[in-house]
Write a protein that binds this ligand. Sequence first.
Ligand SMILES: [Zn+2]
Length: 74
Amino acid sequence: MSFYFTIMTRDTPLEGAELLFKRVAPEFLCTTCNRVFAGRSVGAHCPVCGGKSVIADKGMEFYIESIEVDDGAD
Ligand SMILES: [Zn+2]
């Protein structure tokens, strides 16, 4: 995952965002049973009931951090 992410983001504004993935795991909130669980992507299904999920507060933080870039790098 890290390898491919590095390749995909090379020479793009997302280059360097890899470290943020390692530091903060995204979390999702099941809209059916309200369970919070770790997921890999938006729309992940609840591992308990299989319900749909929305991104949790911590996960939102993850996404915001993951797309932060240094404007001075380009
Ligand atoms: Zn659930």
